[in-house]
Design a protein. Structure first.
Length: 216
């Protein structure tokens, strides 16, 4: 039975969140296609993981037998998150753009699961695992747009998820999500709707393809 690790990080809930709407479409399709599979869900806005502390950081480079009580407790939390990633057959991440980058809660999760010599390094322990990132944003940062130089979500997550962790990375990018809410962007609503519809279709298609891969 395949396992999907689903992570959301938007501070908004339900239909107020574009990234959650798309990850929800992905997850529902996955479950429809793979009803016997397992979904591990983490809502980092509702239940954030601890930000990296000195104990959690130094424990990753020390012999576990020599850990202080503080290091042991902090490292146990990191190992729990790492094992969820390692045991997943596929990963789904909602990563809205906040102030040009990812939410701090998602960064905290990444800081915990990136461990040199285990998940990162010469032989990353989750290497090759497919990961789909829903990188929503209020405007457009696509190539050729005025704000292209400010795109720090896809660039950063490519470096971390693909290059450092060796995951098989794919993006879905719903953009212009603020168009329906900002009068000055009203002319962009049709482009937003097109982007939203394409993202939902991409989520359905990709989820179906992945689920069929694991049930074949």
């Amino acid at each position: 039975m395949a396992t999907l690790l689903h992570i959301d990080s938007s501070v908004f809930t339900g239909e107020a969140s574009s990234s959650r709407a798309v990850t929800d479409a992905f997850r529902k399709t996955w479950q429809e296609q793979h009803p016997d599979g397992t979904v591990i869900y983490r809502d980092l806005a509702a239940d954030p993981v601890p930000h990296l502390t000195a104990d959690a950081h130094t424990a990753g480079f020390a012999d576990p037998a020599a850990h202080t009580p503080g290091q042991a407790a902090a490292f146990a939390e990191r190992v729990r998150l790492i094992e969820e990633l390692e045991h997943a057959d596929a990963v789904l991440i909602g990563a809205p753009m906040y102030n040009y980058t990812i939410p701090s809660t998602l960064k905290a999760w990444l800081d915990s699961v990136i461990l040199m010599g285990r998940t990162a390094g010469e032989t990353p322990s989750a290497k090759g695992t497919p990961v789909t990132v829903v990188a929503s944003r209020g405007g457009s940062y696509a190539p050729g747009t005025p704000r292209e130089p400010y795109e720090y979500v896809q660039n950063y997550l490519t470096a971390v998820l693909a290059d450092a962790l060796g995951l098989d990375l794919d993006f879905i990018v719903p953009e212009l999500t603020m168009a329906p809410h900002v009068p000055a962007l009203a002319d962009l609503i049709p482009l937003f709707e097109s982007s939203r519809d394409r993202a939902l279709q991409d989520a359905t298609t990709k989820a179906k393809s992945l689920a069929q891969r694991f049930t074949a």
